[in-house]
Design a protein around this ligand. Structure first.
Ligand code: IVH
Length: 714
C-alpha cells in the first residue's frame, strides 16, 4: 500500500542552511504543540505537523549538534502552563514513533525482533484520536486523573474525569494492586460530536474542528459540571507505574514508584502481568474500558492484515482513529528493548493517510437548499483526502466563515470524515497572502433573487420564496433519497432534467409521470428500461409510510427520528395537519421549535394543496402501525459492525436509538445482538465467542420492526 506521505524530507548539505531551517522549524513546532495540547486549537493538521517533525528529526540526525536539550524533540508533549494543578506522573508518559508504509512497519518489526531471543507476539490496537490520560488508582480507588502535559508533569483533571460514565471510581474484581497508573485515551464519540457541531451551526456558535479538540475542550473545563454534560468516553491502552502489594503508596511522591516491583516478577493473582494482553484482560475484569478490536498475533502478515483492514474500515468505529498501534506483548521483552527519550522501542504507530489536507480557497459560493437555507461553500483547488478528490467543502453559514476567519485566497485545511460532507476547518494564518479577501453573504438568493433573511438568534440565512427554482430542485432530489421516499432512479440529475423539461413543477407531479411516458422516452439518452425503472420506483413509493413522506416534505428540523415520532403519535397526515404546535410539542421527543416548524408548514395553503394532490394521485398518507418510534428495543443493547446496504453508520444508530435501544460499540456479555454487514470487524467473531445472537441486515430490519430476535442458535 502506498500512502499520501511525501518522500523522505530533504536535509541541506550546508550546515549553515541546516541550522537556519532548524531555527525556523523549532518555534513553529513549539507553537503548534502549545496550540494543540494547551489551547485545544491546533494551527497545523496532524499530517502537516508530522512532515515538519520528521524534517526536524532528519536535521538533528544529520547534524547532532542541533539536537540540544531545548529542542522540542527532547520533549514529549507541550510544556505545562496551565490553570489546572500539576501532577507529576510516577512513570513518564512517552509518545510513539510513527511509520507511514508497510515497508517501514516491517522494518520496525525486524528492528524490534532483532535483539530478542524469541520471536515476539504482537498486539495490534486501534490508535484512538483523543486526549491521553493517566489514571492513578491507589488501593483500587481513583486518586488522580491527569493529562500527559510534557510527559513528566500533567494537569490534574480528576473531578472532570470522574464525570465520565466509563471511568470507575473503585476498581472491581479480586485482584486490585496497591497502586497502578493506567493510561488511555479520552475521546468524543463521533455521532455525538457531529450532533453537537450541527447544533452549534444552528445556534450560530463556532464549531469544533474535530472530535479530539472537542474532547480536550470538554475535559479542560474548570467546572466539572460542564464536563459532565459532554458524552466523553475512554479506552485504556497501557500501564505506567505498578505496585502490586504492600503499603498504599503516596501517589504524589515520585520516589514511591522507585519501589515498584518488576511486574513480570510478581503475578497479580490469576491475572498475569507478564504480558500487555494480560494487563488488558485484567483491566476488563477491573471494570476499566478496553476496546475490543485488539488482536494478538505472532504472524507478521496478520499484523499487516489488521492495519490494512482498519485502514479501509477506519470509519466503522464509533470514535475517530488515525492509525494502528503495534506493540510487543511480552513485558520482559519490552524491558530488554527499552525506550528512547521520547518513545518506546517496543511499540510503533502506523499512521493512516490523513483525513485533512491543505489547499487554496479559490472562492466562496452559496447554495439554496430544500428548506430555503442558504449555505456558503468553499471552492478549493482540488486536493485528494483519504482517496477522494475534494473540490467543494461546506462552510455552514456566515457566522462560521467569520468565526473561523476564512478569507478568499487563504490556504485552508479541509477535513473529510466518513460520510459527513467535507468541511473547511480553518485557514493557515501564518500563510495568509496579501489581498486575501473577507467574504459576506450576498443580499439576495442567487437562484431567484429574493432578499435573504436571517432569523433572530440563528446562524443561517434563508430564501423564503417557496417557488425558488433551486429549492424545488433540491427538494425533488431529496424526496427520492434513501431516508425519504427511496425512489430508485430519482437523483439530482434526473430531478434537474424533469424540472428543466417541464415534466414536473412540484413534488406531487412525480406521481402523475406515468401519464407522460412518451415524453420521458423522448428525453435524450433515456431508454425504455430507464423510464420503466423510474416509473416503477415512483409507483412503489406511493405506498411508503407517513414518516418517510414527512421526511420528503422538506420541513425544517424534521429528520427521520422526528418523523417517526410524529407518525407514531398521530397515525395519519390529516390528524397531524390539524394539530397545533403545542399538541405536537407535547409528543415525547418533540420540542416547541419542531412543533412550530411542522405546524407552520401545514398553515401554508399550498402545502395542504400539495398533499391533497398527492392523495388524489394515490399516495398513502398513513403511518405504519409499528413506525411508532415504539420502544420495541427498550433496554436492548445492539452493536453494528461492517457496512450495511440500507443504513449509514449514523442511520443505523438513529434507528436503534429511536426505538429505545442503545447502540454500543463494543461486544460484551451484556450485548443483546450484533448486526453484521459487509466486511465486519472482529466484533462478529467476538459475538460468536460470547454466544451473542448475530443478525444479518434482514434480521436487523425485522428487529427494528418487531424487537424480535431470531431463535437461539440462528
Ligand atoms: S500506547 C509509550 N496505544 O497516541 C506510549 N497509544 O501518538 C504508549 N494513543 O501518546 C502509548 N491510541 O496518547 C497507545 N492504542 C493506543 C493508542 C495510543 C492512541 C495515543 C497515546 C500516545 C499517542 C502517540
Amino acid at each position: 500500500m502506498t500512502t499520501d506521505q511525501p518522500d523522505d524530507v530533504a536535509v541541506p548539505d550546508d550546515p549553515a542552511a541546516a541550522r537556519a531551517r532548524h531555527d525556523e522549524l523549532v518555534p513553529l513546532l513549539r507553537d503548534a504543540r502549545y496550540r494543540y495540547y494547551v489551547l485545544s486549537d491546533p494551527v497545523l493538521s496532524d499530517a502537516e505537523f508530522d512532515v515538519r517533525w520528521r524534517e526536524l528529526l532528519a536535521l538533528e540526525d544529520a547534524y547532532p549538534a542541533l539536537a540540544t536539550a531545548t529542542s522540542p524533540t527532547a520533549e514529549v508533549g507541550a510544556p505545562v502552563d496551565s490553570a489546572f494543578p500539576p501532577h507529576r506522573h510516577l512513570e513518564s508518559m512517552l509518545s510513539l514513533d510513527n511509520v507511514f508504509s508497510r515497508e517501514d512497519l516491517a522494518a520496525w518489526q525486524t528492528r524490534a525482533s532483532g535483539p530478542l531471543d524469541d520471536e515476539p507476539t504482537w498486539v495490534c490496537e486501534l490508535k484512538i484520536d483523543g486526549v491521553a490520560i493517566s489514571l492513578t488508582y491507589v488501593g483500587g480507588v481513583l486518586a488522580t486523573a491527569a493529562t500527559r502535559g510534557d510527559g513528566v508533569t500533567g494537569e490534574t483533571v480528576t473531578q472532570q474525569v470522574l464525570t465520565l460514565d466509563d471511568v470507575p471510581y473503585r476498581l472491581s474484581g479480586d485482584h486490585v494492586p496497591a497502586l497502578v497508573e493506567v493510561r488511555g485515551e479520552i475521546y468524543y464519540p463521533l455521532a455525538a460530536f457531529e450532533a453537537m457541531n450541527a447544533e452549534r451551526v444552528e445556534a450560530g456558535e463556532q464549531v469544533f474542528a474535530n472530535p479530539r479538540n472537542a474532547a480536550s475542550g470538554a475535559l479542560r473545563q474548570k467546572d466539572p459540571a460542564v464536563t459532565a454534560t459532554r458524552p466523553l468516553s475512554l479506552w485504556i491502552h497501557g500501564m505506567g507505574a505498578l505496585q502490586v502489594t504492600g503499603d498504599t503508596p503516596d501517589p504524589d511522591d515520585p520516589d514511591a514508584a522507585e519501589d515498584t516491583p518488576d511486574p513480570t516478577e510478581e503475578a497479580l493473582g490469576e491475572a498475569s502481568f507478564a504480558t500487555h494482553s494480560g494487563f488488558l484482560d485484567w483491566c476488563h475484569e477491573a471494570g476499566l474500558p478496553v476496546a475490543d478490536e485488539t488482536t494478538v498475533t505472532t504472524d507478521p502478515d496478520e499484523v499487516w492484515a489488521f492495519v490494512d483492514h482498519w485502514t479501509s474500515h477506519r470509519h466503522d468505529p464509533t470514535y475517530e482513529i488515525d492509525g494502528v498501534v503495534v506493540k510487543v506483548d511480552d513485558l520482559a521483552q519490552r524491558q530488554s528493548l527499552g525506550t528512547t527519550s521520547r518513545a518506546p522501542r517496543w511499540a510503533i504507530a502506523y499512521k493512516m493517510p490523513p483525513i485533512e489536507a491543505t489547499t487554496r480557497l479559490r472562492d466562496i459560493e452559496v447554495n439554496t437548499g430544500r428548506t430555503g437555507r442558504v449555505t456558503p461553500f468553499a471552492v478549493v483547488e482540488p486536493v485528494v483526502v483519504s482517496g477522494v478528490t475534494i473540490t467543494y467543502a461546506t462552510l455552514h453559514n456566515e457566522v462560521q466563515v467569520h468565526a473561523k476567519d476564512v478569507r478568499i485566497g487563504d490556504l485552508v485545511r479541509v477535513r473529510r470524515a466518513g460520510d459527513v460532507i467535507p468541511e473547511v476547518v480553518g485557514p493557515i494564518l501564518t500563510e495568509r497572502p496579501d489581498g486575501a479577501t473577507t467574504w459576506h453573504m450576498p443580499a439576495d438568493c442567487p437562484s431567484c433573487g429574493t432578499p435573504l433573511v436571517r432569523p433572530e438568534g440563528e446562524g443561517h440565512h434563508f430564501c423564503e420564496n417557496v417557488d425558488c427554482p433551486n429549492r424545488i430542485l433540491e427538494s425533488l432530489s431529496h424526496f427520492g433519497g434513501r431516508s425519504a421516499m427511496d425512489i430508485e432512479g430519482l437523483g439530482y440529475k434526473t430531478a434537474k432534467l424533469l424540472l428543466d423539461e417541464g415534466l414536473v413543477a412540484d413534488l406531487a407531479d412525480l406521481f402523475a409521470l406515468d401519464t407522460r411516458r412518451d415524453d420521458l422516452l423522448a428525453l435524450e439518452g433515456w431508454k425504455e428500461k430507464s423510464v420503466d425503472n423510474l416509473l416503477a420506483g415512483i409507483e412503489a413509493a406511493k405506498g411508503q409510510p407517513l414518516d418517510r413522506l414527512l421526511v420528503g416534505l422538506n420541513i425544517r428540523h424534521l429528520g427521520p427520528t422526528v418523523a417517526r415520532l410524529l407518525a407514531g403519535a398521530f397515525g395519519d397526515m390529516e390528524a397531524l395537519a390539524s394539530a397545533d404546535a403545542e399538541t405536537m410539542a407535547a409528543v415525547d421527543g418533540i420540542g416547541p421549535v419542531i412543533g412550530e416548524a411542522v405546524a407552520g408548514f401545514f398553515a401554508v395553503d399550498r402545502n395542504r394543496a400539495l398533499l391533497d394532490k398527492m392523495r388524489d394521485l394515490g399516495v398513502r398518507l398513513t403511518a405504519d402501525v409499528d413506525a411508532t418510534t415504539s420502544d420495541v428495543l427498550d433496554g436492548l443493547s445492539i452493536v453494528v459492525t461492517g457496512t450495511l446496504e440500507g443504513f449509514s453508520r449514523t442511520e443505523a444508530k438513529e434507528a436503534i436509538e429511536s426505538r429505545g435501544g442503545k447502540a454500543t460499540s463494543s461486544v460484551s456479555g451484556r450485548t443483546t445482538a450484533v448486526v453484521v454487514g459487509e466486511s465486519p470487524g472482529s466484533k462478529a467473531d467476538k459475538a460468536r465467542d460470547l454466544d451473542v445472537p448475530v443478525l444479518d441486515e434482514a434480521g436487523f430490519a425485522r428487529l427494528l420492526d418487531t424487537g424480535e430476535l431470531p431463535d437461539a442458535g440462528a
